[in-house]
Design a protein around this ligand. Structure first.
Ligand SMILES: [Zn+2]
Length: 77
């Protein structure tokens, strides 16, 4: 039963590492360091009235909430 015991220990370890590497690779590809800034300078906004979180181009520094239409400033990152 040595094989099955070692498998019980190694399989979760390998699965955990695989998940970590998959997530790392996924976010590394989708959100590389400089690409977001070069692509469109999008900012995250949180509506002060209805609490909705949305993304809009950060050119104007202020954006209308898509739900209630109030103006909001981008969230500091
Ligand atoms: Zn709103």
């Amino acid at each position: 039963m040595i094989v099955s015991w070692s498998m019980l220990v190694l399989l979760p370890l390998a699965a955990g590492l695989a998940v970590i590497f998959l997530l790392w690779g996924y976010y590394g590809v989708r959100f590389p360091g400089g690409r977001l800034g070069a692509a469109g300078r999008e900012e995250i906004y949180r509506c002060a009235v209805c609490g909705r979180v949305y993304v809009a181009p950060g050119k104007s520094k202020i954006a209308h909430c898509p739900r209630c239409g109030s103006l909001n400033e981008p969230v500091k990152r």
